[in-house]
Design a protein around this ligand. Structure first.
Ligand code: FAD
Length: 350
């Protein structure tokens, strides 16, 4: 009998597993590779919304714990995952320069925002300069997951398969699945949640995102943001990530011509050097109607729990939300109302 069965191993499932390892709880992980959000994400951590120069919800508060958890993972797997990289927000006008300077003096913002600079960046023209953000960077989430899976496979704790909801047997104080018994079953399926008959009553909308990987001779040491992000590929020098699009109706993981066109159009306004596109990828962000994570026990079957809704900021949110869920399940500490699924009452329990 395991303490936990985890279904889904993106950044949410990984973060929950870290809680289990730190607290010596036994577990088994199942993942079918059907969702790719965590693997194709840029992995950027940035607690400031760069459109409006406002703080993202709880991001500055959660960032230190997120970095601590990924740092622990670096030590455990003897690998580098965190890359500290400043963000240069290209400013479009005098008005934006002024807005930047005003926002810079506000609480939270002042910890990250730095004065406007006219520093030259290879291949990028910016007559109004850049607002600089420090304390930001990239977590190579794909590498985190690969390293973690390798370790789990060595211990026979990872199964590459689809969870079949029909095979789940709910006992009073544990679950049983194809002969596997566990006290709790935690679903961290990302957008795959929409196929889960126990939790698909939750308002997970899903927002498709696409990105390009380009190769160029321009040497850009920062993450540059204007209409698109241009970020160094931390694994391959000379390659850059261009992202990302937002699409609310297409729920497939397939790259589209429209998204490529949109990204290239935005890139042409940012980069004035030649480039070639080497890759295009798409995934569905698990976004929620009210833009807050989803965590908690099923209202009827308390052996089932959910960890989802990381939206556009999985890197920053997942470690803290996973910790809250773990402490809720183990110590009965109430979840923050903003992330608890109790805010969405179930109408017809299965
Ligand atoms: C283009 C793009 C760019 C992004 N950029 C950033 C960024 O820069 N920074 C940031 O913080 N966030 C970013 N995000 C958002 C981030 O990717 C998500 O918040 C995060 O990855 C969600 O993680 P998750 O573990 O909840 O879901 P997922 O990563 O989708 O993982 C869910 C896992 O569950 C598995 N699964 C689902 N159903 C089943 C089943 N029935 N049986 C077995 N396994 C199952 C899936 O295969 C998958 O591995 C971006 C997203 C996109 C699409």
């Amino acid at each position: 009998m395991y303490h936990y069965l985890i279904v889904g191993f993106g950044v949410a499932g990984f973060s929950f597993m870290q809680q289990l390892e730190e607290n010596q709880r036994s577990f088994l992980v199942l993942d079918n590779h059907s969702q790719r959000s965590s693997r194709i994400a840029g992995g950027m951590y940035n607690p400031i919304i760069l459109k409006r120069f406002t703080p993202a919800w709880k991001a500055a508060e959660m960032l230190p714990y997120s970095l601590l958890q990924f740092r622990k993972a670096e030590l455990k797997y003897k690998s580098k995952f965190i890359h500290e990289i400043d963000i240069y927000r290209k400013l479009a006008s005098i008005e934006e320069q002024n807005n930047w300077s005003v926002a810079m003096d506000k609480p939270v913002m002042r910890d990250f925002m730095h004065p406007v600079t006219y520093e030259k960046i290879d291949g990028v023209e910016a007559p109004y300069g850049f607002g600089v953000l420090k304390g930001t960077g990239i977590v190579n989430v794909g590498k985190v997951l690969d390293e973690a899976i390798k370790e789990l496979q060595k211990k026979d704790l990872f199964l590459r398969e689809s969870f079949d909801y029909d095979q789940l047997i709910l006992h009073k104080d544990h679950i049983e699945y194809k002969g596997i018994k566990a006290k709790y079953l935690v679903f961290a399926e990302g957008y795959g949640l929409t196929n889960n008959p126990f939790f698909n009553y939750l308002p997970l909308k899903g927002t498709k995102g696409e990105m390009l990987m380009i190769r160029t001779e321009a040497k850009i040491p920062y993450i540059v943001k204007s209409a698109a992000f241009l970020a160094p590929d931390v694994t391959t020098p000379g390659q850059y990530y261009v992202g990302a699009t937002y699409h609310w109706t297409d729920k497939s993981n397939e790259p589209t011509r429209e998204a490529r066109q949109q990204l290239e159009e935005r890139l042409s306004k940012l980069l004035n050097k030649k480039y070639e596109v080497v890759l295009q990828k798409a995934g569905i962000r698990p976004t929620v109607q009210d833009r807050r994570p989803l965590a908690g026990k099923h209202p009827v079957y308390s052996q089932l729990a959910v960890l989802n809704g990381m939206g556009t900021r999985g890197v920053i949110l997942a470690p803290s939300v996973a910790k809250e869920l773990f402490e809720h399940l183990e110590l009965s500490i109430p979840l923050s109302p903003e992330i608890s699924i109790e805010r969405f009452p179930i109408k017809n329990p299965v």
